[in-house]
Structure formats: structure tokens, C-alpha cells
Design a protein around this ligand. Structure first.
Ligand SMILES: C[S@@+](CC[C@H](N)C(=O)[O-])C[C@H]1O[C@@H](n2cnc3c(N)ncnc32)[C@H](O)[C@@H]1O
Length: 349
């Protein structure tokens, strides 16, 4: 039986070209490299004019891909309705997240009625709104503070690499004790339209990801957990002292790979943590499980970790037991959603 390729995320060629229309100069590359060496992950960049293009070509591009993959998963799961949305990009920086969401909306011919970029520093937003003007809605606004969610209009509210500044990177993070989280996150999201989606994207380091899972468990009394989980029970990864992140293959143009090579990074997979919250109900049936690991090498067997209905367990099947009915299990890569009943996977409940 043929093995299905892992889905590959990509931006439109037009947006890729806009990100990489100019080759970075040696000086810009040097500044980017020193930024990467002095900041861990995507900490608050010092928005000097000299970093903007380089930051956008590397981090902005990656953020756009992650945001596109998150909104694409919302669409696949049925959380997006055929209606116009306002997009709000919190901690917008060079607008990577908004560009990724808008790119997907364009591909699906969905309507974006406005974009609000929120950032305490205006420089990066100003630069990006000129640079990517052709991709932005005419109804574009900037605010230093998010006024709060609009109860009467559906919004896509994206927090990309910004919650780290609210303590998500700290060891021993306790969401219920974080005043910043209440002020910056809970308060403005109090009155959310019933179709609005709140998308959080964070780097996939162990601490940040574990903290994102803690945030998930804490927040589920206020919002529905829509993705990536197929259930809204306590996160079983936390109880097992494990973490949970995305890993997708993606397409990038040659100029991106030249930057990766210069930085001496390995960027074969798009790896990140994300969480989608809202007022809609989680749309997955109880039988649905998400694959939450790579395939574990094992002689004669196909083993991977699955998560469903509050359980996280290692499923193990003999290769010779593969059949038409259960092949989805054998083919599923990390992130895929499979049906436990039809694939005969045994959730330990
Ligand atoms: C790490 S950057 C991420 C930029 C962009 N979202 C991305 O992923 O490429 C964090 C951004 O959040 C902004 N920021 C940090 N704290 C903020 C706050 N309290 N209110 C508004 N913006 C904030 C910073 O100015 C910065 O532009």
C-alpha cells in the first residue's frame, strides 16, 4: 500500500516572492545572525531599522507559514464560516502572522474585512505595512493596545510569539497567578463573538510548550479548546511530564534556504506549538485521536503516540496487521487525526 506523504504547508508564490524580493545584504545577514545569537527563540526584538528586512525574511516568513497552517487546520476542522472576518494581530511585529492568515483567506476566496495590527512599538508594523501593502486590506489600522474583542463581529485574533513575554517561557509558570495574562489576554477577550477564533502560536521549546499546555488547562473553563486537541479534557501530556508540538513539512524558496545555511540552522520541519480557542464547541467526535509523536522505530511494528478524550497512549500494531480498514493509522504522521474505531486503536479507557 502506498505511504501517504506528510502534508506540506506553503504560502502563495506571490507572498513568497514579496518576502524574498530582495536578497539580504551581508550586513543584514550579520545583524540577523547576531540577533539569533543574543536572543533565545523569538524574544522581543529590538526593532532597529537595520533588522526589519532580515527579521521579516527569516522569522516573519516562518511565522506566516505557521499562521497559515493554523488557520488551514481551523478551516479543515470546520471552525471557519463563510463570512467576512476582521483580523487582529497582537504583537504584530513585521505582520508575519497576519500575512499567513490573509494568504489562506485569499486562497479560499474568503473575505477579510479589516486588519488591526497591535504592537507597543510601531516601527516594525509601519515598515511591513508599506512592504506588504499589496497583500493587506484597505481597512488597515494600528493600535498600541488591543481595545478588546468585538462581541458583534467575527474576528481572527492571533497572538504569535508574544505570550512568551507574559511569562510563558518561565519555569514554574502558573497561569492563575499571572496578572499580565489577566490584563493582556483574559480581559480583552472577555466578550468574544461566537464565531471568533483566538489563535496562539509559540515556539516549540519544552518550557514554552509545557506552559502553553498549562495555559490550555487553565483557560478551558472560559473558552472552548478547538485545536490542536480533539478533546477538552485535562491535557494528558502534562500528567505524563511530556509536551506536544506540531511538526509539518513546508515549502520555502531558495533565498530562504540561503539564509538558513548562513545561520547554520537546520530547518527541515516547521515546528511550533499552537492553541485555538473560541466560543464554538470542539467539533471532533470522541473516537477521533491526534497523532502526537513521530513513528517510533520498532522492528516489525508500527508504533506512535496518540491523544484522544483525555488519554495519551502508545499504540503499537504489527506491520503484518495492516489492512485497508486500519491503513490510516499506519500512514498518519504527527498532527494527523485518525478515527480510533475504524483503525482499531485502543484508547485505554
Ligand atoms: C517576538 S515579537 C513577535 C512578532 C510577530 N508576532 C512574529 O511572530 O513575527 C513580539 C512583538 O510583540 C510586541 N509586544 C510585546 N509586548 C507587547 C504588549 N504588551 N503590547 C503590544 N505589543 C507587545 C513587541 O513589540 C514585538 O513586536
Amino acid at each position: 500500500m502506498p505511504k501517504l506523504a506528510m502534508p506540506k504547508f506553503s504560502l502563495s508564490h506571490a507572498l513568497e516572492n514579496a518576502f524574498f524580493k530582495n536578497r539580504l545584504t551581508q550586513n543584514e545577514l550579520k545583524i540577523l545572525k547576531s540577533h539569533c545569537e543574543s536572543y533565545q527563540d523569538l524574544e522581543l526584538p529590538d526593532w532597529k531599522p537595520s533588522i526589519l528586512r532580515a527579521y521579516s525574511s527569516y522569522f516573519g516568513f516562518i511565522t506566516a507559514l505557521k499562521a497559515r497552517s493554523a488557520i488551514e487546520q481551523c478551516f479543515e476542522a470546520g471552525y471557519l464560516k463563510k463570512q467576512a472576518y476582521d483580523i487582529v494581530d497582537i504583537g504584530a511585529g513585521t505582520l508575519g502572522a497576519s500575512l499567513g492568515v490573509i494568504d489562506f483567506f485569499n486562497a479560499k476566496k474568503l473575505e477579510v474585512s479589516s486588519l488591526l495590527a497591535v504592537d507597543k512599538d510601531q516601527q516594525a508594523v509601519e515598515w511591513a505595512s508599506e512592504e506588504f501593502k499589496a497583500f493587506l486590506p484597505t481597512n488597515f489600522g494600528f493600535r498600541k493596545r488591543f481595545p478588546s474583542a468585538n462581541e458583534r463581529r467575527p474576528q481572527i485574533i492571533v497572538y504569535a510569539n508574544v505570550l512568551t513575554e507574559l511569562g510563558l517561557k518561565e519555569l514554574g509558570f502558573e497561569p492563575h497567578r499571572s496578572l499580565k495574562l489577566k490584563e493582556f489576554f483574559l480581559k480583552p477577550l472577555k466578550d468574544l463573538h461566537e464565531d471568533s477564533l483566538v489563535i496562539i502560536i509559540e515556539p516549540s521549546t519544552r518550557e514554552t510548550n509545557t506552559n502553553l499546555l498549562k495555559l490550555r488547562d487553565w483557560i478551558r473553563s472560559r473558552f472552548h479548546i478547538l485545536l490542536p486537541c480533539t478533546h477538552e479534557s485535562d491535557c494528558p501530556a502534562l500528567a505524563q511530564k511530556e509536551w506536544c508540538h506540531e511538526e509539518w513539512s513546508y515549502r520555502a524558496p531558495a533565498r530562504f534556504w540561503a539564509i538558513v545555511k548562513y545561520l547554520r540552522f537546520r530547518k527541515k520541519l516547521l515546528s511550533f506549538g499552537f492553541l485555538v480557542l473560541g466560543k464554538q464547541n470542539n467539533r471532533f467526535e470522541k473516537a477521533k485521536a491526534r497523532v502526537v509523536s513521530r513513528e517510533i522505530p520498532s522492528k516489525g511494528r508500527c508504533e506512535k503516540w496518540l491523544c484522544s478524550a483525555g488519554y495519551r497512549w502508545k499504540e503499537s500494531k504489527l506491520l503484518r496487521h495492516r489492512s485497508t480498514a486500519n491503513q490510516a493509522y499506519y500512514e498518519a504522521a504527527r498532527g494527523a487525526i485518525i478515527d480510533c474505531v475504524s483503525t482499531d486503536c485502543h484508547r485505554p479507557d
